[in-house]
Design a protein around this ligand. Structure first.
Ligand SMILES: [Zn+2]
Length: 340
């Protein structure tokens, strides 16, 4: 992918977000919504993100995967740093439902590993990704001609496919809301990985790998990719990751089953690879960024850029599950080791 297309891609994505600032509650009963749509947190604000922030040029900050596009080794992330408040918020819940649903996993409530907690974290991760997808799509349809030209030139998915994808998202949204309402949290399959110590990455996103770990295609018979919900949260004494698939999404469940059979180092590498390849709503501590070293940082940027482009323009070129080079859960990247 040449530099020009990269820059244009980045620009259009940025513009799309601004144009399509969607304010809508993810819950599906509008009549019960508060009229105020708030800046909801996709990741618990005070408890989690502040644990991994650190000073960069005198400002407490985090690094975000969302906007990385630069190959410039001298200024990676420089224009992309975000403070925590802006970092993880989205206008995807009304005041009533944000408070009602997430109070159990906010504030001082510790993660209790229950299906309810696993579900609520996953529900929020999905809501964030749904919001981003719709926001982008809205702005694409708002300036169709320009985008159509771009689609033609770059080989990005056609608008029809995007609309089809939207239908799928809408179905999953309604399914998750029904589960929330009926408290049938076991309609999802969960993989939970916990590790003693504070690890310096946080994420609330959806991942859609092309292949399972053993190399089975993750697309269903209608050639749709299976979304899994991914939440990674640091904590003082124990960090955790929740990977979730709807039980009717067989391939998602299979991915989770494969993961359960792996030794923990392999699990960590798979989880890190999912984050790098998906590069969604993911945040790193600047302390971890520094600890990666020059080569590690270059490898990470290379991988992020490579997969961003492959997923956007050429998904079919990905053959098999690819392990990336960095394990964010390696002991040498723990808070204890890095003194944060
Ligand atoms: Zn609402």
């Amino acid at each position: 992918m040449d530099q020009q297309i990269r820059i244009e891609f980045s620009k259009i994505r940025g513009e799309a977000r601004k144009l399509g600032q969607l304010k809508h509650c993810f819950y599906y009963k509008d009549s019960e919504c508060h009229k105020q749509i708030i800046q909801a947190h996709s990741i618990q604000e005070n408890g989690r993100l502040s644990l991994i922030e650190s000073d960069v040029n005198g400002c407490k900050t985090l690094y975000s995967f969302n906007e990385i596009i630069s190959d410039d080794e001298n200024s990676p992330f420089n224009s992309l740093t975000v403070g925590k408040a802006k970092a993880s918020t989205f206008t995807g819940f009304c005041k009533t439902h944000d408070a009602l649903f997430f109070s159990k996993i906010e504030g001082k409530n510790p993660y209790d590993k229950s299906s309810e907690h696993n579900f609520l974290h996953s529900y929020r991760s999905y809501a964030y990704s749904f919001h981003l997808f719709v926001t982008t799509l809205l702005s694409i349809t708002g300036s169709e001609e320009r985008l159509n030209n771009y689609i033609k030139r770059s080989g990005i998915q056609s608008l029809d496919l995007q609309m089809h994808e939207l239908e799928n998202h809408a179905r999953i949204r309604s399914r998750l809301n029904t589960i929330l309402e009926n408290k049938t949290y076991d309609d999802l399959s969960y993989f939970v990985y916990t590790k003693k110590g504070k690890y310096l990455v946080a994420a609330s996103t959806v991942v859609m790998p092309n292949f399972s770990i053993s190399g089975k295609s993750m697309f269903n018979s209608a050639l749709e990719a299976i979304p899994m919900m991914f939440t990674a949260l640091p904590d003082k004494n124990e960090s955790f990751v929740i990977l979730t698939a709807l039980k009717e999404h067989e391939m998602g469940c299979l991915f989770i089953e494969e993961l359960k059979k792996l030794p923990s180092v392999q699990v960590e590498r798979v989880l890190s690879s999912l984050l790098i390849q998906n590069n969604g709503n993911t945040f790193l501590s600047p302390v971890l960024w520094k600890a990666l070293g020059k080569v590690g940082r270059r490898n990470l940027l290379e991988d992020l850029n490579k997969f961003k482009m492959l997923y956007a323009f050429n998904r079919k070129a990905i053959k098999g599950f690819i392990m990336n080079r960095i394990n964010f859960y390696n002991k040498i990247f723990s808070g204890e080791y890095l003194n944060i």
